[in-house]
Design a protein around this ligand. Structure first.
Ligand code: BGC
Length: 928
């Protein structure tokens, strides 16, 4: 009997004992959230939220037979007087994303709710804790404030490549409050990025707010509960404001939407007094401002300049004399740009890297290594002499002579400066920029001081989502790969999903987003992060009558074309989110947009029926040089093949989405379209032997055809053989770029070629995942050979060392190495199907916070036995697949299978036993 088994027996006995104490008492629901994962939000964006809860883990609770939600205007009304909504008892197992159907909710409204459920035996739970949400300002006409700021365009500075830069602004307003404050809300946003203070105190630790949306359509607003920041009498509100994405250099342009118009803030402070009166302080023409503050310049690509000589003590408090500051200019709110509460969490400081090492010191400078390629800002604490300038440079890796490799930043200067006002130790963290770096060089510090590792720390920043999953195994390099994937994800989830975080790009490339979405949903709770970005995608798409989805979102490139494999993000990502979360809202929101994207393909069909002629980035960054010599970064997979494959795939997904939404006509229509495109695809690109008709064979051509199900069954079998041939020709290396890589494991898996996939994944030579790890990667690289010990850096300037696309293998690591997948949307049914490979691994383990609670799958090979621990959360079921097992050699929690309650054999094929499991914890053992 193993220790694990003993543990299970003891905990089961304990639970049984507890539950017999009171047969009918059922524990209350937990983990209450609204919509895409919000817990008690203030300033919420949606007046029609959904409600979700989790059933507690208990012997008594297998599933939910009914639920009741009550919603009220005050806490004391619950549960008996739900004056907004009483769902009444609903016979349903639905415990996620239940739609609010009560009275209409308005801006600023605070709402309280609670829920209870009935278990499988019809026993009612206690009511949950009372949760709440408060709406933000939902409409433009909720705002009395005006956009306010200084005209910084007129005094602009020439920056990199003569791009103009605005001086950051310091804005303030003193005001008096007549009595004590009961509560206060600050509604605020900016065209630019801001940090706001009340009476000298920083209102929040949010970073680079309001974040990045297509500002010509929508600007997100923030809401802060500032009840504790105010006092009777004199108060002051003060804002630091810089260009950010709105008015700064981003992509190839300067200030896209506003033709280099100056940054502005919009804020409305609404205060409720003890005497019941209300006072509202708004941004208007009475505000004062200056550009003579310490942050002299700040840009996303180029860094920040801070001059302590310009510090203005107490500038953000009520006592400050601003009589020589300028009055601001104002602009009224336009109807065309929607002001909407931010629909996902802001960027925040997430982690401080303190394990720093000094790499080298010379007479002028010192180089520090943070031992992890990261994104964010440094915190420096350095001795300086008055008027000296500390220069802070960054790089992701070093050149062989120990100097900085910065060619891959391209034109991004990515350098911060600090000018000291006196002798002594300065502390500095830049505010309105971010960098992608592992190494940092300081120069300009006090030469009498000896550089010390404690001078530097790294503050890693990303959007504020929680961890959702864990993956680990017995193999160090596989674990390093998981670490590289998750760092790469966090580093590039900086308010929007970006391609890279360091060079003069950092844009929301749709193709990269499309390939990484499933892996990201395993690792982080990025439901709201993605749905927020999809809204931006739809807004940019709406600029194009033909349904075109731009290459990047927000579309600062003002793209003229759509690209196959990139614009499909409009269809693929909503579908992935639905499968991971079970939330139908994302499909409802994205449905028209998805259809329009398919319409775009249709509009590009010219001479050959169903074969669109359009733009494509191809199988971007295919590892081997193009055999035609023409492919370049786009690889050798023919463009038309890629267009047609994705056209068919998106049409297919639209038909599936239509089916979920109950749109039967559309379901049939798009299914038919998909079938027709598929047969046109086969005729055009494949011969009767399942071989590509074009001269050049690529892995990706076969992968797309097979994975998107575009071939007749008999052709498919033949095509699979050609795919294997291609892989063999590459000596079992992948030959795929961004589009082919995520589907390679799925196709080989479906073909039963698991060992081959393991072989490819565990390759150490170029091109492979472990190759870059062998060269020292701590994040995913843009190219498999962005750097090699033998040849140095890839000579291409497009050579990011933090690009998440190839991290898409992470999905397969969860689903098949450790073995957890969502079999029915949102893990209502879970598949536990690990495929251990004894050549490379002794163990693997993953856990996922599903919408129903935590699920996990953990296996280890001990001597000649395969040992699997599984946890299945309440209100779900699971299929557990045990490879190489028979009924007779299987033990469940130490007993023979037939004695196991809650676990039944469904069938056994090809040596794999398929079991149906109810919620619970299981230990399953089989002989190898
Ligand atoms: C980006 C990519 C992107 C590509 C489009 C690059 O500059 O970094 O990741 O998908 O352009 O081809």
């Amino acid at each position: 009997m193993t220790i694990r088994y003993l543990f299970i027996v003891t905990s089961t006995l304990l639970l049984t004992f507890l539950s017999t104490c009171d047969k009918t008492r059922v524990l209350k629901p937990e983990g209450l959230i609204i919509s895409e994962g919000f817990k008690n939000p203030v300033g919420f964006y949606n007046s029609k939220p959904t409600f979700s809860w989790i059933l507690p883990v208990s012997e008594q609770i297998k599933s939910q037979s009914a639920y009741q939600i009550v919603v009220a205007t005050s806490k004391s009304n619950l549960p008996d007087n739900p004056d907004l909504w009483d769902s009444e008892k609903q016979e349903s197992s639905k415990s996620t994303f239940v739609k609010y159907q009560g009275k209409e909710l308005k801006s600023r409204q605070k709402v309280f709710w609670q829920v209870r459920f009935w278990n499988q035996d019809e026993n009612a739970s206690e009511w949950s804790e009372i949760n709440s949400f408060e709406l933000g300002l939902l409409n433009n006409n909720d705002w009395q404030a005006k956009w306010a700021g200084l005209d910084t365009a007129k005094d602009s500075i020439k920056g990199v490549r003569k791009f103009l830069m605005h001086r950051p602004q310091y804005l303030r307003k003193g005001f008096e409050l007549s009595s004590d404050v009961v509560s206060a809300r600050l509604y605020i946003t900016a065209k630019g990025v801001f940090d706001v203070y009340l009476n000298g105190k920083d209102v929040s630790d949010d970073v680079m707010t309001p974040g990045w949306t297509p500002y010509n359509h929508r600007i997100e607003t923030l809401t802060y509960d500032v009840s504790d920041f105010l006092e009777t009498g004199n108060n002051a509100i003060a804002v630091e404001l810089a260009s950010g994405w709105h008015s700064g250099r981003i992509s190839r342009r300067t200030a896209l939407y506003d033709n280099f118009l100056s940054p502005k803030i919009l804020c409305q402070l609404e205060v409720v007094m003890k005497d019941g009166s209300k006072q509202t302080i708004i941004s208007d023409e009475s505000w004062k401002g200056t550009t003579n503050g310490p942050i002299r310049l700040a840009g996303i690509y180029d860094g920040e300049v801070y001059d302590a000589n310009f510090e203005m003590p107490n500038w953000n408090t009520a006592t400050f004399d601003d009589s020589n500051w300028e009055l601001v200019e104002v602009e009224t709110i336009s109807k065309d740009v929607k002001l909407a509460p931010k629909r996902h969490l802001t960027v925040k400081n997430q982690l401080v890297l303190t394990d720093v090492e000094i790499v080298s010191v010379d007479e002028n400078s010192a180089v520090f290594n943070l031992k992890q390629n990261m994104v964010g800002v440094p915190k420096v604490k350095v001795p300086m002499k008055k008027d000296d300038t500390l220069k802070i440079r960054f790089s992701e890796m070093l050149l062989s002579d120990g100097t900085f490799y910065t060619k891959n930043y391209r034109s991004a200067k990515s350098t911060d400066y600090y000018i000291a006002v006196s002798d002594g130790i300065i502390e500095y963290t830049p505010k309105f920029t971010f960098h992608g770096f592992q190494f940092l060089e300081l120069s300009g510090y006090d030469k009498n001081a000896k550089p010390d590792a404690s001078w530097v720390q790294g503050i890693a920043q990303h959007s504020n989502f929680e961890k959702n999953g864990t993956f680990t195994s017995s193999h160090d390099k596989l674990n390093q790969l998981q670490s590289n994937i998750t760092w790469g994800l966090r580093d590039n989830f900086f308010d929007i999903p970006t391609d890279c975080p360091q060079r003069d790009e950092r844009l929301g490339w749709t193709g990269d987003a499309q390939v990484i979405a499933p892996t990201s949903l395993f690792n982080y709770d990025v439901h709201a992060f993605w749905t927020a970005w999809l809204q931006s995608l739809r807004e940019n798409q709406s600029e194009h009558k033909d349904g075109m989805v731009p290459f990047i979102v927000p579309d600062v490139l003002q793209t003229k074309n759509g690209s196959s494999g990139w614009g499909d993000a409009a269809v693929i990502i909503p579908w992935d989110i639905y499968n991971a979360t079970g939330d139908i809202t994302v499909l409802e929101e994205s449905y028209e947009s998805a259809k329009k994207w398919v319409g775009y393909y249709q509009s590009k069909v010219k001479d050959k029926t169903y074969i669109p002629i359009m733009h494509s980035f191809g199988d971007w960054l295919q590892p081997y040089p193009s055999k035609t010599g023409k492919g370049g970064n786009r690889g050798d997979t023919p463009k038309e093949l890629i267009h047609t494959a994705f056209f068919a795939h998106s049409a297919h997904l639209v038909s599936k989405i239509a089916s979920v939404l109950g749109k039967t006509e559309d379901e049939k229509k798009y299914k038919k379209l998909y079938n027709t495109i598929a047969s046109a695809f086969e005729n055009e690109f494949f011969d009767g032997n399942g071989r590509l008709t074009g001269e050049i064979q690529t892995q990706t051509s076969y992968l797309l055809a097979i994975h998107f199900d575009l071939l007749k069954p008999e052709t498919k079998i033949k095509a699979q053989k050609h795919l294997l041939e291609e892989i063999k020709n590459a000596d079992y290396h992948l030959g795929t770029g961004f589009l082919g890589t995520p589907i390679l494991p799925k196709v080989l898996d479906d073909m039963g070629e698991i060992d081959m996939m393991y072989k490819i994944l565990f390759k150490e030579t170029y091109p492979s995942w472990f190759y870059s790890i062998n060269q020292g990667a701590t994040t995913m690289w843009e190219r498999w050979n962005s750097y090699s010990k033998a040849d140095g850096y890839n000579p291409q300037p497009m050579n990011s060392l933090n690009h998440y696309a190839y991290g898409a293998i992470g999905e397969w690591m969860y689903e098949r190495i450790a073995g957890i997948a969502s079999l029915e949307p949102g893990y209502k049914k879970i598949r536990i199907a690990p495929i251990p490979n004894t050549e490379f691994l002794r163990s693997a383990s993953a856990s996922v916070k599903t919408p129903y609670g935590k699920a996990s799958s953990s296996w280890v090979i001990e001597d000649d036995s395969f040992n699997l621990d599984v946890v299945i959360p309440p209100n779900t079921t699971a299929e557990i697949h045990i490879p190489n097992a028979t009924q007779n050699n299987l033990l469940v929690n130490g007993n023979a299978l037939k004695e196991a309650s809650n676990l039944k054999l469904i069938r056994s094929d090809n040596n794999t036993l398929k079991l149906l499991a109810e919620p619970g914890s299981y230990n399953i053992q089989t002989k190898l």
